[in-house]
Design a protein around this ligand. Sequence first.
Ligand code: KDG
Ligand code: MG
Length: 403
Amino acid sequence: MKITSAKVIVCSPGRNFVTLKIETDQGLTGLGDASLNGRELSVASYLTDHVIPCLIGRDAHQIEDIWQYLYRGAYWRRGPVTMSAISAVDTALWDLKAKAAGLPLYQLLGGASRNGVMVYGHANGRDIESTVQEVLRYKAMGYKAIRAQSGVPGLEKVYGVGRGKMQYEPAEIGLPPEHDWDTGKYLRHTPKLFDAVRSAVGDDIHLLHDVHHRLTPIEAGRLGKDLEPYRLFWMEDATPAENQEAFRLIRQHTTTPLAVGEIFNTIWDCKDLIENQLIDYIRTTVVHAGGITHLRRIADLASLYQVRTGSHGATDLSPVCMGAALHFDLWVPNFGIQEYMRHSDETDAVFPHAYTFKDGFMHPGEVPGHGVTIDEALAAKYPYQRAYLPVNRLQHDGTLWHW
Ligand code: KDG
Ligand code: MG
């Protein structure tokens, strides 16, 4: 099955997405997601100018060889732009191989290991009371796991607290907006939030929280300890992880389970965290960590240390990524959970998909391939719009702060 052509489709049905479409001499096409929030056009250029010319004429069945060619062969290894481009090629090739076999992708990985994929939804509110109401709404929709984020008194805007209800889009059109941050206010508020949420929702629902890298390791240790009574499923991105050792300090102070990895690109970003058992969940995802081929490698390393998967699944990952991720999740032996932030209706219309949600679980469907397609005519009606995530500055003196 020879690759005869490939192209990049950039569209913005509610937010920007970059999609790679590969065509073959068998008449089959494969799709891969290459979306990288706020840096979309860099990946589009990387693919169009540097990767696609190298793909034409290759055997689409040689997924591993093409992966190695693009990773080792480029000399410049790793990084989000490179790895998102490799991920898109890899995902499109798995889609093609599964279509050629007439099987849903998860069957090629080794078949289903479970009946469905447990997902967590995002409950957000301006204050504790409205966040509690949102958590209860998600519970009523059947979710077994819910992430709770609330506004913090004294801070005008807090990232992760939506402007809409079911769907919200963190990136804003134009140049990056500026938010303010105060660690003390956040640390005082968050245990109160989970005290209220846990008593309202009961013991049977898994609760999660995303810190967005805002804390130092010792502050994260203190928050983890303060949250222990509320039995969180995980505390996510407690501190930046460029220094993987930083998690040792957090670990020494709390038994709250730790998750990290949505901005990681390769196994090297998480090797020490996994091998030293400094985390409980690895959040690397198909689109940013080298596709199915590399994610499988990370999950296998993680399984040696009882670290489970918890892939990133925010709206800036397209339905193509979500479809591929759900096939991976249905198979991967050390599955933990999958994030599921619902896409807008416009996005869903541009990317028709076979995956479904029911009672807190998702299923990728039984369509050959990963089950996600693109309506190119509709996509063309939504051209790219410059949009960025906010930046954060410390409220008291304006210092630029971590994500
Ligand atoms: O591109 C950034 C978003 O995907 C991210 O901020 C969302 O932290 C996030 C999450 O856990 O979904
Ligand atoms: Mg996150």
